[in-house]
Write a protein that binds this ligand. Structure first.
Ligand code: PGA
Length: 251
């Protein structure tokens, strides 16, 4: 049985003061949970939240990282800067990065390899848009994002990679894939990983679902055999919603 991984992506929400108070509440309320837990505040709150969650069962994630380690890269944040705040997981290839900020698979892959070589775990996000789903090319799109995102990543390194399947049409829209539809794509991803690497590696891989996960739908999603956790946006912003979501990951 794969341990569930429940992660919150706060996106561009919360000031340092708000983020710290909220992180403290989560530390207090999620102490005994069996799932792996991560929160990813905005960059400006990472240091303060990192100090708040230090020593707890909540890991600190970053929402992105620079594809270089240092230098003249205006507006970017390096992995060493993130690690200094206590970050040990980086979300890469999120659909907002791909579709709004035009990140390519090649750029995502550079970040994936750099994050792994710097000792961070990676959540690699993949998923089709609504028009791609309508055209019936979901598997083709997901295959390309997985293959190119993981180009040059060894089987050993893959142990520190989580894949998040997030259909773009379900993110922040209130629409979500049915648990069965999501599970079918998760099965497809696991088979693909078995082909690229080997069945043992594929069996261990944690595949999260993301896209309008809420307290009301999380249990049925987590009941699917190949859904190993959730990457949560909107509903990760309040304890009222995020605490029951994390509890749905209990083993
Ligand atoms: P959502 O976002 O839960 O608000 O749909 C999910 C995500 O973007 O990871």
């Amino acid at each position: 049985m794969r341990r569930k991984f429940m992660a919150g992506n706060w996106k561009m929400h919360k000031t340092i003061a708000e983020a710290t108070a909220y992180a403290r509440e989560l530390v207090d309320r999620l102490g005994g949970e069996s799932a792996r837990i991560m929160i990813a505040p905005p960059f400006t709150a990472l240091a303060a939240v990192g100090a708040t969650v230090k020593g707890s069962n909540i890991q600190l994630g970053a929402q992105n990282c620079a594809p270089e380690l240092s230098g003249a890269h205006t507006g970017e944040v390096s992995l060493s800067m993130l690690k200094e705040c206590g970050v040990n997981v980086v979300i890469l290839g999120h659909s907002e990065r791909r579709h709004v900020y035009l990140e390519t698979d090649e750029l995502v892959n550079r970040k994936v390899k750099l994050a792994l070589s710097e000792g961070c775990d990676v959540i690699l996000c993949v998923g089709e848009t609504e028009s791609e789903r309508d055209k019936g090319v979901t598997e083709k799109v997901v295959k390309q994002q997985v293959k190119e995102g993981l180009q040059g990543v060894s089987a050993e390194e893959l142990k520190r990679v989580v894949i998040a399947y997030e259909p773009v049409w379900a993110i922040g829209t209130g629409k979500n894939a049915t648990p069965q539809d999501a599970n079918a794509v998760h099965v497809f991803i696991r088979r693909l990983i078995a082909e690229i690497y080997d069945p043992g590696v594929a069996e261990r891989l944690v595949i999260q679902y993301g896209g309008s996960v809420k307290p009301g739908n999380v249990k049925e999603l987590m009941a699917e055999e190949n859904i190993d956790g959730a990457l949560v946006g909107g509903a990760s912003l309040s304890a009222e919603q995020f605490v029951p979501i994390v509890q749905a990951g209990r083993s």
